[in-house]
Every structure is written in structure tokens, then in C-alpha cells.
Design a protein around this ligand. Structure first.
Ligand code: SAM
Length: 190
């Protein structure tokens, strides 16, 4: 009963977060870009765009997870990342670029939380100055170099105030029932 409540609850219906992963390289980034996408999905974003090299393996993996564990969540390749950011800005999205050189997340998150539609930029190789400029805020998750996966996960967790942990995913084929030992997976459909 309690479990059902956890999964049915709509925890933040009014917010839309999308992610733009910059400069994906097929030779180096498939695993980490996949993890960026899966982190975006699990922690409350509704869509990830990626630029750089198109990679159908990454797209297939992410789409398979969404098919199995639910959505909504989309992945889309974009040729021109700056153009996408400009279009999103025109549509009223607030742009947050995650970079260790930015302002401290712990000081800025209160302001960012007031924004309903956000496009979060995460880099891979060196990020062009244009993205720093188009960002409404350049935000550091510590001033230390680490990982785009961690930076994104912590940003989303702070933005959603931990409510993303109760997010309800729809139309999946299976649902994991939490338990201490062993795996309990409920089959929802074929
Ligand atoms: N020199 C890069 C930079 O500008 O942050 C670090 C490259 S890092 C391998 C790839 C991406 O991870 C960055 O573009 C950024 O989006 C994210 N990242 C890494 N460390 C971060 C931090 N401390 N705060 C925010 N984002 C970070």
C-alpha cells in the first residue's frame, strides 16, 4: 500500500528540465554519455539532447531503459547545440551550464529553483565560450574537476529537493520493488 503511494504520487508536475550534453565523441564517450542520459532520466529530467557525433548505440541503450523501466524520457541528437540553446532561450528556458569555474551551487540553487523550465548544459571536452555566454548561470558543483554525471545528478537533486527520489515512471515493463536482500522485480507487461 505504502509502496503504491510512492510510485503513483506526481511529485513535481509543473517543472520541466531538459539536458544538453555537448560534444559527444564516439571513440571516447559512449559509456559516460549513456550515464549522463540515464542520470538525467532517473533524477527527473524529461529529455536529453546531445551534440557532437551521432551515436545510435547510446540512443538505443537509453531508449531500451525507458522502454523497460518507464518514462516519459526522450533522447535526441542535435547537430547545432548553440542553435538549440538559443531556441530554448527564446521559448523561456533558463539555461544553467555546469562547470567547475562557475558560481557555487549552494549559493545559487535557491534562485534557480524559482525557474520552471531549465536547460542544463554539460560538457565533455573543452566547452566553447559561447556556451558560457548564453548560460543564464554558470554553476559549479564544487570548484574541483570531477564528472558530468555527478555534477548533473547533484544539480538535479538540489533543484528537486530530493523529491525526484519518489518520481513515478509510466508505461514501463517492470518495476523494482525495494528490498534489503535479493531482487524483486514486478513484471507490468510483456
Ligand atoms: N574543464 C572542464 C570544465 O569546464 O568544467 C572539465 C571537463 S569535465 C571532464 C566534463 C564536464 O563535467 C564539464 O564540462 C562540466 O559540465 C562537468 N563538470 C566537471 N566538474 C564539474 C564541477 N566541479 N562543477 C560543475 N560541473 C562539472
Amino acid at each position: 500500500m505504502e509502496l503504491q503511494n510512492i510510485y503513483i504520487k506526481e511529485v513535481y508536475p509543473l517543472k520541466m528540465i531538459e539536458v544538453l550534453r555537448l560534444s559527444h565523441r564516439v571513440s571516447r564517450d559512449p559509456r559516460i554519455s549513456t550515464h549522463v542520459a540515464l542520470t538525467a532520466r532517473a533524477f527527473g529530467a524529461s529529455k536529453i539532447y546531445y551534440s557532437g557525433q551521432k551515436d545510435s548505440n547510446v540512443e538505443d541503450t537509453v531508449n531500451k531503459i525507458t522502454e523497460n523501466f518507464g518514462g516519459p524520457f526522450e533522447i535526441e541528437y542535435v547537430k547545432d547545440a548553440l542553435k538549440l540553446a538559443e531556441e530554448k532561450k527564446k521559448k523561456g528556458f533558463f539555461i544553467v551550464h555546469l562547470t567547475m569555474y562557475g558560481l557555487q551551487i549552494q549559493k545559487e540553487i535557491k534562485d534557480i529553483k524559482k525557474q520552471k523550465n531549465i536547460l542544463v548544459l554539460v560538457g565533455s571536452e573543452k566547452v566553447l565560450p559561447e556556451f558560457y555566454k548564453i548560460a543564464d548561470k554558470n554553476i559549479a558543483v564544487t570548484g574541483q574537476p570531477h564528472s558530468e554525471v555527478m555534477a548533473l545528478g547533484l544539480f538535479l537533486d538540489m533543484y528537486f529537493d530530493r523529491k525526484e527520489l519518489d518520481k513515478n515512471f509510466n508505461n514501463g515493463k517492470m518495476l523494482i520493488i525495494p528490498q534489503n536482500l535479493g531482487k524483486n522485480v514486478k513484471k507490468l507487461k510483456e
